[in-house]
Design a protein around this ligand. Structure first.
Ligand SMILES: *Cc1c(COP(=O)(O)O)cnc(C)c1O
Ligand code: SF4
Length: 335
């Protein structure tokens, strides 16, 4: 008797599955990348301070066996994270002082930042929010009403920035609702989304996202976060193309990071690769002095020299603006 033959369909996990299957364990990370045990104790120590999280699409762009891989450097905890040099603090941007409502940061004229999701799809070791009390800042519907009331009452606000965490880590149900509410506030013109998800899990840019983002009357700006050209593979290029199709302007912010992108050739290649994906460089941030990240620091003088030299390699429109965020200032501060 002949058996029925079932041909397995190639199955792409949903973005949620890709996120839930992310590596969150030091040993698994070292093993996945064939790093041997040298890096494990440091990874374990750093993981205690800020847990590891790296989804497969991002891992797949790393070179196995290379401890200096510029993508790995961004996610692999090191013993150095336990150091506590002077000047490195838990909340370097003093964000706790600028929250008129829970999850709402209003520091700059005309624009506000909303913490739309406490979660990220990846944990970057240099993140200035690595000590952020997200549990106090993931608003319920009632708290969202408070935020929306604030936005409705202040007609000087023209732009809402969804940030986090990563706003695209929130559910589409929540985001659809929120964007509808924002759409109905007449003095709002722009919706900006600060996200690393299209880079970390490109499948996040699915039809549902394109639906709610594409249907708002607000002008759309998506600010990605890419630090190295190797982060942009074909899947990322395709995700960016989908965002452009619905009329989003794509920009990128990077952080200048020791041993990741602290060379002129690396920064030039990043700008070139961004533009191939339809993204314009926006900011190059110097590191915020957050506890646990001092080993990523590039001194100001060196940062200025790098950027001055970069100008000799790139057209002006591919030059990111070198900035620092200084608590209390009304904008990012050019260096
Ligand atoms: C960085 C930031 C913004 C956006 O600044 P732009 O210069 O417009 O990109 C807005 N609000 C807060 C709180 C910020 O930290
Ligand atoms: S907020 Fe951005 S930089 Fe920080 S961990 Fe999340 S994705 Fe990385």
């Amino acid at each position: 008797m002949q058996e029925n033959i079932i041909i397995a369909q190639p199955h792409t996990p949903s973005w949620q599955q890709q996120l839930s299957q992310a590596i969150r364990d030091p040993a698994a990370l070292c093993q996945r990348l064939g790093l041997g045990d040298t890096w494990l104790p440091g990874a374990r120590n750093g993981h205690q301070l800020f847990e590891i999280c790296v989804p497969e699409p991002y891992l797949s762009r790393m070179t196995p066996g290379d401890p200096n891989d510029p993508l790995l450097r961004q996610v692999l905890p090191l013993n150095a994270e336990a150091q506590t040099p002077a000047g490195y603090v838990a909340d370097p941007l003093a964000e706790a002082d600028h929250q008129p409502a829970k999850g709402l940061i209003h520091k700059y004229a005309g624009r506000v930042l909303l913490i739309a999701s406490p979660a990220c799809a990846i944990n970057c070791r240099y993140c200035f929010r690595r000590h952020f009390p997200y549990s106090d800042n993931s608003p319920s519907r009632a708290q969202w009403q408070e935020t929306l009331d604030y936005l409705r009452a202040d007609t000087t606000i023209h732009e809402v920035i969804l940030s986090g965490g990563d706003p695209l880590a929130a559910s589409d149900r929540q985001l659809t609702w929120l964007v509808e509410q924002l759409d109905n506030i007449p003095h709002l013109k722009r919706l900006r989304i600060h996200t690393r998800l299209p880079v970390v899990i490109p499948d996040r840019v699915d039809d549902t996202v394109l639906g709610w983002l594409g249907s708002t009357r607000l002008q759309k700006v998506v600010v990605l976060h890419v630090n190295h050209a190797n982060e942009i593979d074909q899947a990322v290029v395709d995700a960016c193309a989908r965002l452009k199709q619905i009329g989003a302007t794509l920009l990128n912010q990077s952080v200048l990071l020791r041993n990741v992108n602290d060379r002129v050739t690396t920064l030039a290649a990043l700008s070139e690769r961004l533009f191939e994906a339809g993204i314009l460089p926006y900011y190059l941030h110097v590191l915020d002095p957050v506890q646990g990240a001092a080993h990523f620091d590039v001194p100001d003088e060196e940062a200025r020299e790098l950027v001055a030299e970069l100008r000799n390699h790139l057209p002006g429109f591919l030059m990111p603006r070198l900035v620092r965020e200084i608590p209390g200032e009304g904008s990012k501060t050019p260096l």
